[in-house]
Design a protein around this ligand. Structure first.
Ligand SMILES: [Zn+2]
Length: 464
């Protein structure tokens, strides 16, 4: 684009041969350029390469209005925000215009007047993609005033005619003129606001307090919704639904590898002191499998879904529990282990919706079962029962192993306080039963350590 960012007046812009494109054409142009260079669109979006992204590309090339349908935590907002990467790095607007008017063809009355008065000397400003993006989470409280604008009584008092655009205090969508506006959870808008939105998209005019005001905005409106809400009768007015040319269905990661890649990408990096963080792959896999198990559970409401955020937060909880241990025991490494898994209860509960409402205990029981299933899945991947004969014989003979999330992972550091030993086999017979028990017998602990889930008895399914 000639002259991007340098012209300061309309005259300079015109002399440089700059041409303002409608947003859709601008996105199309930039997408075609990317495709020509074999570059990815939406970097950082994992697992949609063969499903969602090709559909977005087609929709952008066709200039279609898109609605993204998906359960919670499927990166819908992130995908929509990522569309701003298809905008030019800088575009010219009329300086100080609240709706980022096109310098060659302003739509607001004040800019029209300024253009007439100042001509080629009209001041230009340049804005980037971030300033051209707006979003709103739809709720029944969202009004036309929020989205489109309202009559400003002060301006009316100044003697301006009511149907004059200069009496409007612009709302979110006009302020995103020449950009992309996202409405998340579209079905939660009231019918009245949906009608207003439709008029804005279709007729380019709006009704504010009974006055029809023409507002030929250039905005790409993208929406998202939960599929069940979107398709259920009466939640979306038919003309608005028809206005969205394509429905793009998002989904959860299809593979454990994608789930892990997302969780590693999204986890905030804390400065974890000097300790080295080492997370065994099997622990990452257990966290990812736990979410997969939850998504497959008929005890959980799958129409609201199990967000990728469950995985991310569980991973953080696990790491924090391991970090506490390393600090308490003065270890130089932070290494999560199976006995840290109880820490995911708190970060899973509340993010899943049980099918049948019951007492809290049921939720924790369910999560416990999901954890056990996830552990078993990963166990089966890495270990074969046949190769463990010696180990199982050991347990059958009544031996046990002490485990705890408070025990040292390595032989004790001679500088560490006494009484905090490493995991060691017990020299006494354990109980026999339907399964084998690995007994959690920690060393004597200071009084403050007695609170919380310190000792865990891990139930190991019978292997032979
Ligand atoms: Zn203007």
């Amino acid at each position: 684009m000639p002259d991007a960012g340098t012209s300061r007046t309309l005259g300079e812009l015109r002399a440089a041969g700059y041409r303002v494109l409608p947003v859709r054409e601008e996105m199309r142009k930039n997408l075609l350029a990317r495709l020509g260079r074999a570059e990815r669109i939406l970097p950082g979006i994992i697992g949609f390469d063969d499903t969602v992204i090709p559909e977005i590309e087609n929709a952008v090339l066709a200039g279609h209005h898109m609605v993204f349908l998906g359960e919670r935590g499927q990166a819908k907002s992130r995908v929509i925000r990522g569309l701003t990467s298809l905008l030019d790095p800088l575009v010219p607007v009329i300086a100080a215009c609240p709706i980022s008017d096109n310098p060659f063809a302003p739509i607001c009355r004040e800019c029209k007047r300024r253009l007439a008065a100042e001509g080629e000397a009209l001041a230009i400003a340049w804005i980037g993609p971030d300033e051209r993006y707006g979003e709103k989470l739809a709720t029944p409280d969202v009004s036309m005033a929020d989205l489109v604008g309202e009559i400003d009584p002060i301006k009316v008092a100044e003697g301006r005619y009511l149907a004059d655009e200069e009496t409007i205090h612009y709302g979110l969508i006009p302020r995103t003129n020449r950009g992309i506006f996202a409405i998340n959870e579209l079905p939660d808008l009231t019918e009245k606001v949906q009608v207003g939105l439709f008029n804005l998209m279709e007729e380019k005019d709006v009704q504010i307090k009974g006055y029809k005001i023409r507002l030929p905005l250039d905005v790409v409106i993208v929406a998202s919704a939960n599929p069940e809400d979107y398709t259920s009768r009466g939640r979306i007015i038919t003309p608005l639904k028809d206005r969205f040319d394509v429905q793009i269905r998002t989904h959860y990661p299809r593979t454990i590898e994608d789930e892990i890649a997302i969780m590693e990408q999204e986890m905030p990096v804390f400065d974890r002191e000097a300790a080295a963080v080492r997370i065994p792959d099997f622990m990452k896999e257990i966290v990812a499998h736990l979410t997969f198990e939850a998504r497959g559970s008929n005890e959980i409401n799958q129409s609201s879904g199990v967000s990728v955020r469950v995985t991310i937060n569980n991973y953080e909880s696990l790491l924090s529990n391991a970090e506490k241990r390393s600090v308490r025991l003065g270890e130089r490494e932070i290494v999560p282990r199976l006995t840290d898994l109880h820490s995911v209860l708190a970060s899973t509960a509340g993010k899943i919706e049980l099918e049948y409402v019951g007492e809290d205990k049921r939720e924790n029981d369910l999560i416990d079962r999901l954890i056990n299933r996830a552990v078993l899945k990963v166990w089966d991947k890495y270990l074969k029962v046949e190769g463990l004969k010696k180990v199982t014989e050991h347990f059958e003979a009544g031996w046990g192993v002490e485990v705890s999330d408070r025990m040292r992972g390595h032989p004790p550091d001679p500088r560490a306080p006494r009484g905090r030993g490493a995991a060691r086999p017990l020299r006494e017979p354990g109980p026999h039963g339907r399964g084998h028990r690995v007994r959690a017998r920690g060393p004597p602990s200071p009084p403050e350590a007695q609170q919380g889930p310190r000792r865990r008895t891990v139930h190991v399914p019978r292997l032979v």
